[in-house]
Design a protein around this ligand. Structure first.
Ligand code: HBI
Ligand code: FE
Length: 296
């Protein structure tokens, strides 16, 4: 997922930062300028208002417990002071996307890599690669939740020890449809679902699409079904998978992945928008009006 038009910018960002063998760096606090803090504040304020009534309670609780401030890009050390004693997770600063094996190694050791740099003001609505707002505001609040924390750890171990390289797409789909784009049932929501996935939480357009649009399917989570389902990175999701509650992820975390991966590795994957007769469908999408992420 390299992005040619920001590659030059990134090279400037990374110049002079000492990257360790595990791809971590010290968060370069002195490199954040007024624009970075303003972008953080704008995104934080906008998403917090938009997510009211749309995001799960566990996420809001996480934001509160981490003492995230709308005012400026947070210090990762300050976040770790709250996070580490709560669930044993810590965040580590990285220059951006890291290789899969490095990423899994971090997760398997309860370390979540957070991209240190902030997007530019003209990228508020969409950028292709994760930045500090997506990684931090999107992912970190749920890591203070014990059940979600254990799920991420189990995921990292399963991925790290999945030695058959062909199993990686199966695991990437599980990550995509839970950690990034997961929905959870909630009777208090007008449409019966709330958001927990980081790719939704950090995006205005995907927040509205996942909650309000008639276009996508919303289908009850099923581990094998999810692992077989392809995903789109260039549009809003065609299908969201909905967990009943976080205990469902607790069960997934206890799954013996090796035989499951061995069994599914040669199965033909399902297209992103397909609905199967065996699916427990919550809302069936019209499939119309797929907006691209970039449109909102
Ligand atoms: N690196 N920094 C970072 N963040 C990610 O989310 C990430 C990554 N490297 C690989 C990766 N994700 C994928 O393998 C996951 O989608 C499974
Ligand atoms: Fe992410």
């Amino acid at each position: 997922m390299s992005v040619p038009n920001t590659a030059k910018l990134k090279a400037q960002f990374d110049a002079g930062l000492e990257t360790r063998a595990d791809f971590t760096i010290d968060q370069p606090m002195h490199r954040y300028g007024a624009i970075d803090h303003a972008v953080w504040k704008q995104l934080y304020t906008r998403q917090t208002a938009l997510l009211k009534g749309r995001v799960c309670d566990e996420f809001l609780e996480g934001v509160e417990r981490l003492n995230l401030s709308p005012e400026s890009v947070p210090s990762f050390d300050a976040i770790n002071e709250q996070l580490l004693p709560a669930t044993g997770w810590r965040i580590v600063a990285v220059p951006g996307l890291v290789p899969d094996q490095v990423f899994f190694e971090h997760l398997a050791n309860r370390r979540f890599p957070v991209t240190w740099w902030m997007r530019r003001p003209d990228q508020l609505d969409y950028l292709q690669e994760p930045d500090c707002f997506h990684d931090l505001y999107g992912h970190v609040p749920l890591l203070i939740n014990p059940v979600f924390a254990d799920y991420m750890h189990a995921y990292g171990r399963a991925a790290l020890f999945a030695h058959d390289a062909n199993a990686l797409p199966l695991l990437a789909r599980l990550y995509w449809y839970t950690v990034e784009f997961g929905l959870i049932r909630d009777a208090a929501s007008p449409n019966g679902v709330k958001i927990y996935g980081a790719g939704i939480v950090s995006s205005k357009g995907e927040t509205l699409h996942s909650q309000q649009s008639d276009a996508p399917n919303r289908i009850a989570f099923d581990l094998e079904r999810v692992m077989q389902t392809q995903y789109r990175i260039d549009t809003f999701q065609k299908t969201y998978f909905v967990i009943d509650d976080f205990s469902q992820l607790f069960d997934v975390a206890r799954t013996d992945f090796a035989p499951l991966l061995a069994r599914l590795v040669d199965a033909t994957p399902l297209p992103a928008g397909e609905v199967r007769a065996t699916d427990r469908v919550i809302t069936r999408g019209t499939g119309e009006g797929w907006a691209t992420n970039g449109d909102v």
